[in-house]
Ligand binder design. Structure first.
Ligand SMILES: Cc1cc2nc3c(=O)[nH]c(=O)nc-3n(C[C@H](O)[C@H](O)[C@H](O)COP(=O)(O)OP(=O)(O)OC[C@H]3O[C@@H](n4cnc5c(N)ncnc54)[C@H](O)[C@@H]3O)c2cc1C
Length: 258
């Protein structure tokens, strides 16, 4: 008799579990919202045959350059795994979390149970593969310095490999406020008509801003060499410069040879 009661209770529990496990989604396209790093992220989730058929970020204000990989790849990973419990994209975890929450909301709107679509994803360990490459120079880190070094070496004829550990290149350089010291450049002298600046003044400035905690060797190197780098970026690499007050150069200015 006691056994019978237990069995009944077990059946009731399993029926309840089955009931929630089969909370089927209705086919269609649903929107969901989640909180990202900078604001609301809106996704569009398409349900087909009760499955996540497509996930697309349709609106967001996340930081361009930082969030790109998460916006492009995280939705695809959710669809591939049929789960929101996939790994966040390194370097853009807040964007990933926003997308995750937005998809969960859309699943709910579709009549599904978000928990049912949040099962841990067991990843098969990929077999280790040794890739052999030859290069004259290997640059580690694709921020402004690494990219510049790699490009310069390549233009001088070297065979270069540039390695970046993150899913997107750019590093802290992608967060840069957009200003650059132009001390000692032809551009500063001839286009900006600034003739009073000097490496010595820039050195003093940097130490003031850095509250005298800067490394003198590095600051000296920056202030003496940055002019050449600025000219290389503008005249050789044709990098667009924006001059105050908003006069935008689309082609490098003509300069006299030094
Ligand atoms: C918010 C902010 C605003 C700024 N504004 C300005 C500004 O207005 N003007 C200005 O002149 N400077 C500014 N700076 C400073 C300037 O952006 C940095 O000095 C410059 O970007 C540093 O460039 P970097 O290439 O040396 O380093 P990073 O840009 O940080 O690049 C380093 C790269 O190396 C990668 N890496 C690290 N370890 C490994 C590894 N083991 N294997 C592979 N890859 C690796 C990193 O992921 C990264 O991509 C600003 C910085 C910040 C954070």
């Amino acid at each position: 008799m006691r056994m019978g009661t237990k069995r009944l209770a077990a059946l009731a529990v399993s029926a309840a579990l089955c009931g929630s496990a089969f909370a089927a989604m209705t086919d269609g396209t649903y929107t969901g919202e989640g909180k990202g790093r900078n604001g609301t992220i809106t996704v569009e989730v398409t349900v087909k045959a009760g499955k996540l058929d497509a996930v697309k970020v349709v609106k967001h204000t996340e930081t361009v350059g930082i969030s790109d990989a998460a916006v492009a790849d995280f939705p695809k990973a959710i669809v591939a795994a049929q789960s929101t419990a996939v790994d966040a994209v390194a370097g853009a975890t807040m964007t990933s979390e926003g997308i995750r929450a937005a998809v969960a909301q859309a699943i709910q709107k579709a009549g599904g149970d978000p928990a049912q679509f949040a099962t841990a994803v067991v990843k098969k360990k990929a077999a280790k593969k040794l890739v052999k490459e030859n290069a004259d120079i290997v640059v580690v880190g694709a921020g402004g310095s690494g990219i510049s070094a790699a490009v310069k070496a390549e233009t001088l004829g070297a065979n270069v490999i540039l390695i970046e550990k993150m899913p997107v290149i750019g590093g802290a350089t992608a967060l840069n406020a957009g200003t650059l010291i132009a001390t000692g450049s032809k551009y500063q002298r001839e286009v900006m008509k600034e003739t009073k600046d000097s490496p010595e003044l820039a050195y003093k400035d940097i130490f003031t801003v850095g509250k005298n905690r800067n490394d003198p060797t590095l600051v000296k190197m920056v202030t003496e060499r940055v002019g050449g780098v600025v000219d290389w970026l503008i005249y050789d690499m044709k990098i667009l410069m924006v001059l105050p007050p908003r006069s935008i150069r689309t082609t490098p200015p003509t300069v006299s040879s030094a």
